[in-house]
Design a binder for this molecule. Structure first.
Ligand code: HEM
Ligand SMILES: *[C@@H]1O[C@H](CO)[C@@H](O)[C@H](O)[C@H]1NC(C)=O
Ligand SMILES: *[C@@H]1O[C@H](CO)[C@@H](O)[C@H](O)[C@H]1NC(C)=O
Ligand SMILES: *[C@@H]1O[C@H](CO)[C@@H](O)[C@H](O)[C@H]1NC(C)=O
Ligand SMILES: *[C@@H]1O[C@H](CO)[C@@H](O)[C@H](O)[C@H]1NC(C)=O
Length: 326
């Protein structure tokens, strides 16, 4: 009994010290007292959205990635441009972020705000993090607990995108460097790239690999001909193909199996197998889905910590996710 009390006291002291040190960090169940059902509310709204619009899966996951890599995970990517300000989402590169990712967050925010206790209590950045976790599970990917407590950013400018997102032409060193700038390892980068197990890419993002005068030797020739047939020169720029041609809707490790067969769609995908420094990890995760899922969940958790704002001087809870509070 005495020993039990001493252990309890030690645990309490440790908890106090930890909560002090972690005041600026994210935590699970962050809304336990302020909006206790938030995870269920978001999950229900996201489930409905995905039933109505399955492409919301890929759209939401990519939106979260872009949010986190530009000014941190602060939902600045969701803000719309005004007369005075060109927002992140309207950067000249035309990232073609699909509208259904934005709408997933808007729908979930409306569902959260409809509960009086929760109105304007949960940040859009946290709703995007939860929605991303939920679409991944709905597509058959790993379930995980999501850390919360992000505030929404106070600005969103197109120029802040410059240089912060990887183009599909990147090689392994370039990919590794841009993820390292976000506190993510090369293994994290490889795990997160497997998000390309769902969703679409427009012909223009890989057309350089399939043109007859410059066929990429790391691509399977049969796959290359299929791509060229679907994306001939002069094709409508709105045409987009599955990033994972084998199981396009399933969030699985097929991405890595495709890479082993020369069936990665983007240069930045196939290079993970073509470069012998990253190939061993691709081979491991192609063979062992459990290992992939563990690495993916870890990497997503670290992605969700990038540049987060918890200081009220740097962020707030946006009333409308698409508009900065006035
Ligand atoms: C490693 C560097 C990466 C590069 C170069 C890259 C590049 C791209 C490109 C070019 C597209 C096609 C966009 C279009 O044509 O509409 C795309 C789509 C996508 N990306 Fe990435 N990406 C990378 C990493 C990631 C990461 C880390 C995630 C999430 C964890 C992600 C999630 C997605 C998803 C889900 C789609 C499909 C979007 C949809 O269907 O609407 N990507 N990516
Ligand atoms: C945009 O700029 C105009 C003129 O400078 C100003 O009156 C207006 O309040 C600004 N609007 C916003 C939304 O900042
Ligand atoms: C951006 O890309 C989308 C989808 O391909 C296309 O519909 C739109 O016209 C493009 N916008 C610009 C400004 O190029
Ligand atoms: C996957 O790897 C784990 C160790 O991380 C191991 O326990 C398991 O047996 C492996 N599964 C397969 C199918 O190889
Ligand atoms: C990376 O981690 C360091 C140390 O924890 C932190 O100071 C920095 O803000 C992080 N960078 C990003 C982009 O999150």
């Amino acid at each position: 009994m005495g020993a039990g009390i001493r252990i309890l006291a030690a645990l309490l002291a440790l908890a106090a010290a930890t909560s002090c040190a972690a005041a600026q960090q994210l935590q699970q169940n962050y809304y336990a007292n302020t909006c206790p059902d938030v995870e269920k509310i978001v999950r229900d709204a996201v489930t409905l959205k995905v039933q109505q619009t399955p492409v919301a899966v890929g759209a939401t996951v990519r939106l979260f990635f872009h949010d986190c890599f530009v000014e941190g995970c602060d939902s600045s990517v969701i803000v719309v441009s005004t007369k005075n300000n060109t927002a992140e989402k309207d950067h000249v590169s035309n990232q073609s972020l699909a509208g259904d990712g934005f709408d997933t967050v808007i729908q979930a925010k409306a569902a959260v705000d409809a509960v009086p206790q929760c109105t304007n209590v949960v940040s859009c950045a946290d709703i995007l993090a939860m929605a991303t976790r939920d679409v991944i599970a709905l597509a058959g990917g790993p379930a995980y607990s999501v850390e919360l407590g992000r505030l929404d950013g106070l600005s969103s400018t197109a120029t802040s995108v410059d240089g912060n997102l990887p183009p599909p032409s990147f090689n392994l060193d370039q990919l590794t460097a841009i993820f390292a700038a976000n506190n993510l390892s090369q293994a994290d980068m490889i795990a997160l790239s497997a998000a390309h197990t769902v969703g679409f890419a427009h012909c223009g993002t890989f057309s350089g690999r399939i043109q007859s005068n410059a066929v990429d030797p790391t691509m399977d020739p049969g796959y290359g001909s299929q791509l060229l047939a679907a994306c001939p020169p002069g094709v409508d720029p709105n045409v987009a193909l599955d990033l994972d041609p084998i199981t396009p809707k399933g969030f699985d490790n097929q991405y890595f199996i495709n890479l082993q067969k020369g069936m990665g769609l983007l240069t930045s995908d196939q290079v993970l197998y073509a470069d012998d420094r990253s190939r061993p990890i691709v081979d491991n995760w192609a063979a062992n889905s459990t290992d992939f899922q563990l690495a993916f969940v870890d990497a997503m958790t670290r992605l969700g910590r990038v540049g987060v704002k918890t200081d009220p001087a740097l962020g707030n809870i946006r009333r409308d996710c698409a508009v900065l509070n006035s």
